[in-house]
Design a binder for this molecule. Sequence first.
Ligand code: NAP
Length: 261
Amino acid sequence: MDLQLTNKVILVTGGASGIGEAIVRGAAQEGAIPVIVNRRRERGQKLVAELEQAGNQCLFVQADLSEIDQCQQAITQTVNQLGRLDILVNNAGINDGVGLESGFPEAFMQSLQNNLQHYYSLAHYALPYLKKTKGNIVNISSKTAVTGQGGTSGYIAAKGAQLALTREWAAELLPYGIRVNAVLPAEVLTPMYESWLKSFNNPDEKKAEIERRIPLEQRMTTTQEIADTVLFLASDRASHTTGQLLFPDGGYTHLDRAIHS
Ligand code: NAP
């Protein structure tokens, strides 16, 4: 299937690592022009150099998205340098463990700043350009938004709000033909996931225990499987799909545990 993404400008926050990196690599393979927005410069620049060497056009924008003005700057720089914006993938985030018992309200608010504020700010500043291209937005949320995790109220509040905003924006942007969808990963081995595993006494055992609970093939979802779902939703092949929440998770969130136990 040709996703018809050639020369589409796709901005991916957190695009230099984990799920974001897989989306960027997949977009480049489809002939799109990825924009990687990250705090850490080295990884983003390295990825851009690699993609350019392979003949892809792409851009790295250094930004700390917890700052609203840097969100605005990321959109401005993208449009100034590439002339357009077709797709916004809100993906950057950090599971920062601000829990109800240990987290002060100030830490909770900071977690929302780190995980939620930029989803809104980027959509807000991108909107004039998405209107021009009849573009679309994909929000990366998490299965924890619907299952809970425990000990991470700030992150979960942000992930839940991202789902509500997906529906809200899908409704608000109907007049412009701008589609908005969400993807909810569950268990995907990325740098963030690995550092969470390391918080357990025996990370390998914990990983094996989680894998046993995943209904389809008792394995984690790959970053590429998440990226493929995102790129399909972002493409014109999903032209009548909006306000949807997709769970590419091997049945982890919805299938009855009794089926495979
Ligand atoms: P990751 O490998 O840690 O990547 C997250 C990226 O976000 C990093 O590149 C990081 O960039 C960037 N980022 C975070 N805060 C930022 C900020 N303030 N400004 C700019 N960049 C920032 O994590 P991941 O697992 O791929 O997670 C990606 C998304 O998937 C997140 O929204 C996460 O909630 C969601 N998710 C993942 C899983 C999973 O199993 N992995 C499950 C459910 C949901 P720097 O390194 O430059 O800081």
